[in-house]
Design a protein around this ligand. Structure first.
Ligand SMILES: NC(=O)c1ccc[n+]([C@@H]2O[C@H](COP(=O)([O-])OP(=O)(O)OC[C@H]3O[C@@H](n4cnc5c(N)ncnc54)[C@H](O)[C@@H]3O)[C@@H](O)[C@H]2O)c1
Length: 382
């Protein structure tokens, strides 16, 4: 029998993130041996019982629920995982906090900052452990970038430049609503690429370089009407297909952010570049195990961009995986987040980003949308 404490997971949603998180819960103790807890796949909840059961069978969940309220009410569930679309995050989180459950919520935290504020209040009042799955912080190359910045390797930071480019919604025939494509329906998603993609860029940026002070944004909806899968009717599209903004950080650095689903040829081209007084770094999700680094202090005859293969035991998280030279990928970022969450349960530290951190990102998203509408520089509420 395992000496580890079971942590019973109640998963809501079995889509893209339901799979990514289930995989992480199942794997974490195989690779992170020093954890006191062991996640147990106790129950998965989705509205369609047959589909939920099929998922439970495939992933080894012990039971299924079709109503998330029933799941939260169960005494044998310790933690609620919110892997459902954005329009239900708030309601589920408020109920779960009231029931004293830990919460691991997908991003964006909420449909807007007002909802996010309620969620922060609820978890802080209940005193329940909480985290939000901004998983890119846990790409070893990005964690390494954070360490380099904290060590002062870059010096004063002048510029932050970041993109998140996709091309999957260019066709006008693509409907809105339903699995995956709820992203095109503003009543379910809240916003378009701002909450879906830029929220990731913003979370990483504020983690690496501190808070954003103000933004000046533009957004566009290229396809104005799409058939809705629920009604079969053409309906106006109210999400942003593309968004770009300029920003100033509190530390004086300048930034540009751009996200779109209309960049033909790009699938998930998330990049970031930071230029400091001594050194610069560049990272690209398509090559996520590498960090490009340029250091002006190198001898001039060998000075140039180097590509660090982030696979050595001394690199963040990498001592838990394979031997140096063998890389890991996307799914591992979720394993890292579960490992960090479990470690935080032991130490009593908050597992960052927690709801309060994710609310800061939500404020920036709201400022981006407000600025695009007003065409004015807009402060980011803090
Ligand atoms: N961290 C990341 O990189 C990342 C990536 C993708 C999605 N997300 C976020 O994860 C969440 C889910 O996105 P996804 O891509 O997995 O979507 P998806 O469409 O693949 O899956 C959504 C799941 O939620 C279920 N669901 C919907 N309404 C429900 C309800 N009322 N009760 C119970 N279950 C319900 C659906 O049946 C489905 O199983 C969203 O908030 C999204 O923004 C985060």
């Amino acid at each position: 029998m395992s000496a580890k404490k079971p942590l019973n997971i109640g998963m809501i949603g079995y889509g893209f993130m339901g799979r990514a998180h289930s995989n992480a819960y199942a794997k974490v103790n195989h690779f992170f041996h020093d954890l006191a807890h062991k996640p147990v796949l106790k129950a998965v909840c989705a509205r369609n019982k047959e589909k939920a059961q099929a998922f439970a069978d495939a992933w080894g969940y012990e039971s299924v629920e079709t109503d998330w309220r029933q799941l939260i009410a169960r005494d044998d569930i310790d933690a609620i995982d919110i892997s459902a679309p954005n329009n239900v995050h708030r309601e589920i989180a408020l109920e779960a906090a009231k029931a004293g459950k830990m919460i691991l919520c997908e991003k964006p935290l909420a449909m807007n900052a007002q909802e996010g504020e309620e969620m922060v209040q609820a978890v802080e009042k209940a005193g329940v452990a909480n985290t939000v799955w901004y998983n890119y912080r846990r790409v070893p190359a990005i964690t390494l970038a954070k360490n380099l910045i904290e060590e002062g390797k870059l010096g004063r930071i002048f510029h932050y430049r970041t993109l998140f480019l996709q091309d999957f919604t260019i066709s006008e025939d693509l409907p809105q609503g339903g699995p995956g494509l709820w992203r095109l329906d503003a009543s379910v998603a809240g916003s378009g690429v701002t909450g879906d993609l830029l929220a990731h860029n913003i979370d990483t940026a504020m983690w690496l370089n501190g808070a954003l002070a103000e933004v000046s944004a533009m957004t566009e909806t290229f396809v104005k009407e799409r058939q809705h899968v629920d009604t079969g009717q053409k309906q106006p599209v109210r999400i942003d297909d593309a968004a770009a903004f300029m920003a100033r950080f509190d530390n004086g650095a300048l930034a540009t952010f751009e996200a779109t689903r209309f960049a033909r040829g790009h699938k998930a081209y998330y990049t970031l570049e930071i230029n400091g007084e001594h050194a610069s770094i560049f990272w690209d999700l398509h090559d996520l195990h590498r960090l490009s680094y340029f250091d002006h202090r190198d001898a001039s005859n060998v000075r140039g961009w180097r590509s660090i293969h982030v696979t050595d035991g001394e690199h963040p998280y990498m001592d838990k995986w394979w031997v140096p030279g063998l890389q890991i990928g996307y799914e591992h970022t979720f394993v890292h987040q579960v490992a960090d969450f479990l470690k935080c349960l032991e130490t009593g530290e908050p597992c960052r980003p927690n709801f309060r951190d994710a609310l800061e990102t939500q404020y920036v998203c709201d400022a981006v949308l407000a600025s695009a509408k007003s065409r004015a520089w807009t402060p980011c509420k803090k």
